[in-house]
Design a protein around this ligand. Structure first.
Ligand SMILES: [Zn+2]
Length: 309
């Protein structure tokens, strides 16, 4: 079945100061990995600009307006302790949103079965009212709301295996029973949220915190015992993946010890859920992953699994 790869050169123009881990080289590493022969069957599409109306599905209009008003014409503007804007940031963030929306449109209309959005900045730390943790707009969350608003489905699941908790996604869907948000993440670690006791108003937030040093076995057990059964119970009509690869053992920002094979495994397991309930529809968006080699190899493993489903 067809897998889309959605990206745009604007993702490289979101500059960061020297030494910042969320750097353009991340996207270059992913692109290089996807030049391999086995990815020739990917349908490659440019990410369109997302609109402010689409951003407003999850963030108030004043939020985007304030960010755009403070965007620099040169250099950097700091908007949070570790989150900055450069002149290319707004376009990159809007194309991250537009790419995720296009992925939903193509998958929901059957033009593709799965799609991967290779863009930056990432999104899952962006709350309704706060850009933080390298994130500007929460593209996974916006994609979920878009699927409901435009394609008329009721239940969307967002599965997030980035090593950091997606506090932004949790914030946006805290009181929304129509979106199941399930996350594995290292704890304690930035941003500090994601305890198992944080369940949302309707019990549709599912957090499985993992201790530093956790390896493949405990990660897979978290999915087999907690997350996959909850997904089956929820019966999502679309599955969105917040695909971060910073739980890899090589990653410098965290200490979970996953390998590429774990990302293949979890992709296949979630695809089985999507096959049972969602016609196989999966939209995956890139979140974190800060060791270039680990990011490239893990993304390749993830996309290979998406293509083989
Ligand atoms: Zn992360």
């Amino acid at each position: 079945m067809t897998t889309l790869l959605i990206t745009h050169p604007a993702g490289l123009a979101h500059a960061m100061p020297p030494g910042h881990p969320e750097r353009p080289e991340r996207l270059k590493a992913v692109e290089q990995a996807l030049e391999a022969e086995r990815f020739a069957a990917l349908i490659r599409v440019e990410a369109p600009l997302g609109t402010l109306e689409q951003v407003a599905l999850c963030h108030p209009a004043a939020y985007a307006e304030a960010l755009m008003a403070s965007a620099p014409t040169s250099g950097f503007v700091q908007i949070d302790s570790d989150t900055l804007m450069s002149p290319g940031t707004i376009e990159a963030a809007l194309r991250s949103v537009g790419g995720a929306i296009l992925a939903v449109d193509e998958v929901m209309t059957g033009k593709a079965r799965t799609a991967f959005v290779a863009m930056r900045p990432p999104g899952h730390h962006a709350e309704r009212l706060h850009a933080m943790g390298f994130c500007i707009f929460n593209h996974a969350a916006i994609a979920a709301r878009h699927a409901q608003a435009v394609h008329g489905i009721e239940r969307v699941a967002i599965v997030d295996w980035d090593v950091h908790h997606g506090n932004g996604t949790q914030d946006i869907f805290w009181d929304d029973a129509s979106v199941l948000y399930a996350s594995t993440h290292e704890m304690p670690l930035y941003p500090g949220t994601g305890a198992a006791s944080e369940r949302g108003i309707h019990g549709t937030i599912v957090n499985v915190p993992l201790s530093p040093g956790t390896g493949s076995d405990e990660f897979r057990e978290a999915f087999e015992v907690v997350i996959l059964p909850r997904l089956d119970e929820f019966r999502p009509e679309l599955v969105i993946l917040s695909a971060g690869f910073d739980a890899h053992w090589r990653d410098p920002l965290a200490s979970i010890n996953l390998r590429e094979a774990d990302f293949s495994w979890v992709t296949q397991k979630v695809m089985e859920v999507a096959d049972r309930h969602a016609g196989g529809r999966i939209v995956s968006v890139l979140e974190g992953g800060y060791d270039l080699e680990a990011l490239a190899k893990s993304t390749a493993a993830h996309i290979t699994a998406l293509m083989e489903g």
